[in-house]
Design a binder for this molecule. Structure first.
Ligand SMILES: [Zn+2]
Ligand SMILES: [Zn+2]
Length: 253
């Protein structure tokens, strides 16, 4: 086996399914009402009797960012995502009190409950955008690979000591068939995070294991949805055994 084949053999067991999300403005004007599908902006799914999420810090109404019906996710998705007790979630943040990462709330539902509220009184913060989802494969970044394997970084360094990441990157791009992210890239669900500033995977407070990426969202300037200036992204992590343990990470250039 040459170096390349050896590297690919080491990387293959690390492959994880991920779902790439892209957005497009919703042209259907009747889509202003909340529904149980996946979209961002517009009005969220809220059930009768449920209150609008409020920020714990500044007590202002939070902003609705996006919601997702997990049944709409293309296959394959990771086992952990299939095992949730909910199949619909809505994600809200507060950008008013300028905490970074922002305070957030994740509301979870069973989408078959059909208890959707007719009284969504909050105005839409920005128009609704459709989310398109595409199944892909993902691999960890070079930065953080040494957490997962000793052999991968040493083999890569051996093959090019000047640019020790080169072999790793060539092989992982081939395995995940990566191309540059599309212009209307919105984020990913599941898989490995695309770090901007290096690995910051949180540890679960209850069991001490590394948390899993639930979703990662980038900036959508078209919708005035930016986390920080320049390139930035938020990453929501969870523990598969303790779902209540979540952590939001923010990175920016
Ligand atoms: Zn706040
Ligand atoms: Zn845990």
């Amino acid at each position: 086996m040459n170096n390349r084949q050896q590297m690919e053999a080491l990387l293959k067991p690390l492959l994880l399914p991920t779902v790439e999300m892209t957005y497009s403005p919703d042209k259907d004007l009747s889509a202003v009402e909340a529904s149980v599908s996946s979209y961002f902006g517009g009005r969220p799914y809220i059930e009768d009797g449920e209150s609008w999420p409020e920020c714990k810090e500044c007590h202002q109404a939070m902003e609705f960012v996006f919601q997702m019906n997990l049944q709409e996710l293309p296959q394959p998705i990771s086992k952990e995502l299939q095992n949730f007790e909910f199949d619909l979630f809505a994600f809200y943040v507060c950008r008013a009190c300028e905490y970074w990462p922002p305070f957030y709330e994740l509301r979870t539902y069973r989408s078959d409950s059909k208890k959707i509220s007719k009284l969504t009184t909050r105005p839409r913060l920005f128009p609704r955008f459709n989310i398109e989802m595409k199944s892909k494969l993902s691999l960890p970044d070079w930065d953080g690979i040494d957490e997962l394997s000793d052999e991968i970084p040493s083999l890569s360094e051996e093959s090019n000591s000047e640019e020790p990441w080169e072999l790793f990157e060539v092989c992982s791009e081939r395995l995940v068939q990566q191309s540059d992210p599309p212009e209307n890239w919105f984020g990913v669900v599941g898989g490995y995070p695309n770090w901007i500033q290096g690995d910051e995977t949180p540890i679960c407070n209850k069991c001490g294991k590394s948390m899993k990426l639930f979703f990662e969202l980038g900036n959508v300037e078209e919708a005035n949805l930016t986390w920080m200036d320049f390139l930035s992204a938020i990453y929501l992590f969870y523990c598969p055994e303790h779902f209540e343990e979540q952590e939001l990470v923010l990175q920016s250039t």
